[in-house]
Design a protein around this ligand. Structure first.
Ligand SMILES: *Cc1c(COP(=O)(O)O)cnc(C)c1O
Length: 493
């Protein structure tokens, strides 16, 4: 267990005392049972012979330790977190309450369906809600991330072409603004990536698309609104062109935050999309999970959905395992079920009108930031945006501070930085997604800070090069932190 670390200690790189454990100190004792009722009695010779080596601390110390840790990092319950493409919206606490109801949290995945009808009803209702929201009737909740949803749908596309035309096609087209998971999923699904240059308006260039379409194209995979925050206004034409050569069209619907109750991927001609519950539907994310990336698809793709699929018959729910054309399982059991409970809670508590209001407010907030910041920061595609706005730090770079410096300086003011250097087609990109869950006062504070930082660059760029000044740790070697991760408590194991 680590000690609360003072800012000065880390900044002066003084060796720290991390160990808080003291032999014999306890936080909690198990009740003293008679020997025959000891919880370990049933384990027989599987019971531990020796106590595990765990830190020995008082309950008080443990609570303080985790409370202190929780505020050393930035999180959505602490302050504004405008991380573009991630939809870091507030996670209503009622979602957590529902997910922790014993009837949900104490279930075993191998329990017979007759004993957990309520849980199956959650799966069924959420599937129906996502079908309605996306305009695509066939839904699986199994994928546990957006990236896994992409892979699932691409494997379904592959199975579809094999079933109907005897062999899979070879290429999948993605725009040059695509999210990094898109090319990765394409390659893992056994396809070749074909990149499509965006037009000068930041949208798909129809002529460029026409030039790459042929009968070896399995699919076009695009994000709408795209990663520069713009709605693909010619989407109906685009999906029609791809269908014209027998290809399928996939929407990266990780962020549906601009579309709820306003527009549906199915109505735009898409064949499938994934939907990140851990973005649009207010379930928590960060630190690598848990996530949930359901896929919605047309009825023509339904036979290929992962197995099992939930069915309803006269108010009774069951799992359908008999699906000969299915691509199989993509996740253990039925996906991250607690995330499904949270998302359904959110959808039901918002209702149809509430969901539409969500998207309208998300779009309004992003445009508010765009208009307030366009004087100081370059907006490369300066037309009304959707739920996020992409700025370029080119002007600031010319004055001596890069986007990375701006991002670090924002931490000093208590805000999480926006997404930086993505999409790749914008120089020094700053991708800001305010979400609907922020007040005008918070947005105004953020705007003031962004303008103030712009002024600081003119006055003293070094101040930004040295930022952050107030965080527990300064600039980290992020690559080393990811590659040489050390999460062991004891050095000798
Ligand atoms: C977040 C995101 C993804 C990937 O979702 P994960 O759950 O992180 O795998 C894919 N595409 C876009 C546009 C995203 O924003």
């Amino acid at each position: 267990m680590t000690k609360k670390i003072s800012v000065q200690a880390l900044q002066s790189e003084t060796p720290l005392v991390f160990e808080l454990s003291r032999a014999g100190r306890t936080g909690y004792d198990l009740p003293k049972y008679p020997p025959e009722l000891q919880p370990t009695a049933a384990l027989g010779n599987l019971a531990r012979k020796k106590a595990p080596r765990l830190p020995e601390m008082s309950e008080n110390q443990v609570v303080r330790h985790y409370t202190n840790l929780s505020v050393r990092n930035h999180h959505i319950d602490k302050d504004f977190y405008p991380l573009g493409s991630c939809t870091m919206k507030y996670n209503p606490k009622v979602n957590e309450q529902m997910a922790s109801l014993p009837g949900f949290s104490a279930l075993h995945p191998l329990q017979p369906a007759v004993t957990c009808q309520g849980a199956l009803e959650v799966v069924y209702l959420l599937s129906r809600a996502l079908a309605e929201i996306s305009g695509l009737p066939a839904v699986t909740l199994q994928p546990c991330a957006g990236a896994q949803g992409e892979l699932t749908a691409l494997l379904m596309f592959r199975a579809y072409h094999i079933k109907h035309h005897g062999k899979p096609r070879r290429r999948v087209i993605i725009p040059d603004s695509a999210h990094g998971t898109n090319p990765a999923s394409i390659v893992i699904a056994g396809y070749e990536v074909q990149e499509l240059p965006s037009g000068s308006d930041g949208l798909v260039d129809l002529n460029a698309l026409k030039n790459v379409l042929d009968d070896d194209v399995a699919a076009l995979m695009i994000t709408n609104p795209n990663t520069v925050g713009l709605f693909e206004s010619r989407i109906a034409e685009i999906t029609k062109m791809v269908h014209g050569v027998g290809g399928l069209v996939y929407m990266d619907g990780a962020n549906l935050n601009a579309l709820l109750g306003i527009a549906r991927p199915g109505d735009m001609g898409f064949d499938a999309c994934h939907i990140n519950l851990h973005k649009t539907f207010s379930t928590p994310h960060g630190g690598g999970g848990p996530g949930s990336g359901p896929v919605a698809a047309t009825s023509a793709l339904e036979p290929f959905l992962p197995t099992p699929v939930v069915r309803e018959n006269d108010g009774t729910y069951s799992w359908d395992w008999n699906r000969p054309d299915s691509i199989g399982h993509v996740h253990a059991f039925f996906g991250n079920f607690a995330m499904q409970v949270r998302a359904l809670t959110y959808i039901l508590s918002m209702g149809r009108d509430g969901l539409r209001q969500t998207s309208e407010a998300a779009i309004l907030n992003a445009n508010y930031l765009r208009v307030k910041l366009e004087g100081a920061y370059e907006v490369p595609y300066n037309t009304p945006c959707m739920h996020e706005v992409v700025l370029s730090g080119d002007r600031q770079k010319a004055r001596g501070a890069r986007t990375a410096d701006i991002a670090k300086r924002l931490l000093d003011y208590g805000f999480h930085p926006p997404t930086v250097y993505f999409p790749l087609i914008v120089h020094e990109a700053l991708m800001i997604e305010p979400t609907e869950s922020e007040t005008k006062e918070t947005l105004d504070e953020f705007i003031d800070v962004m303008l103030k930082i712009d002024g600081e660059i003119t006055a003293n760029p070094q101040l930004l090069h040295d930022a952050p000044h107030t965080t527990p740790v300064r600039r980290l070697d992020e690559a080393a932190a990811a590659r040489s991760l050390d999460i062991r408590y004891f050095k000798d194991r």
